[in-house]
Design a binder for this molecule. Sequence first.
Ligand code: ZN
Length: 307
Amino acid sequence: MGKRRTSQRPWWRQLILWLLVSSGISLLARRRGALSRSGVPAAIATGTLTAGIGGWELGLSLIFFFVSSTLLSRFRPQKKVHATAEKLAKGSARDMLQVLANGGVATWCALRYGLRRRSSGALDSLAHPESDSPDLWLAAFGGALATATADTWATEVGMLASRPPRLLTTGRPVAPGTSGALSWPGTLAAAAGALSSGIVLQGLFALGDFLSGLPRGGVRGRSLPLAFLACSSGLAGSLIDSFLGATLQTVYCCPRCGQETEQPLHQSCQTVTRRLRGLPGVNNDTVNFLATLSGGLIASLLARYTR
Ligand SMILES: [Zn+2]
């Protein structure tokens, strides 16, 4: 068991290293307008804990999610502003709640994975149930992150679709950017996002194997089919996201101009809006949190029952 090289170094060194890396990336993202002021500490905490405790493979997967989503949101921004400024509650700079809603579940899974991996030995595996094994936490991490990636890619690409998306529940065509709406380009982007996320995670673990000279399927849960798990659970999670967006999420209607919106105060005419459907207090952040939680659960169930 002495082959686990990372656990031989002092744990706090990894944390400090990743605190510096996360701070650098977050401040750069803040300067480029991808994070709001409150989003910066949330992104630093998420990155530091995921990479510093979970390991560099998980940290780099998180960075892949963040960078790819930011780049996609920069692609043809004018068209998206026109399509969605009326609808969405928030702008393109991610605030603290958005960061935690998208990355909180993955961070928690990375923490559990890192802590269980450090403590897992022969005696320990008797003391802990299989549902708390590092493998399942790693699968859950992959599923939660793939869901966030799939959902973000789908939103960014779906807003560029030439035909209006359709509401998942009723099939009615709605304006681009409407929560719970699906389009073919958006759905393909979700599948591509989930698959890329899984391939990146599995590829990084394969690279780790190679660098440390371990055989494939070694000691760190790398026998898991991570790309398959992340792709299937990420796509399922993003569909759950759309379903919850179409059913539970609050949609408001502006009494002055009749526009459907996610804004409690309609920004363009400064009018307090009325709730049209959905549960009070359920916003896009709530839906994203529940969807990433579902994606993580689905991945860990798949990992547990397909072995
Ligand atoms: Zn209005």
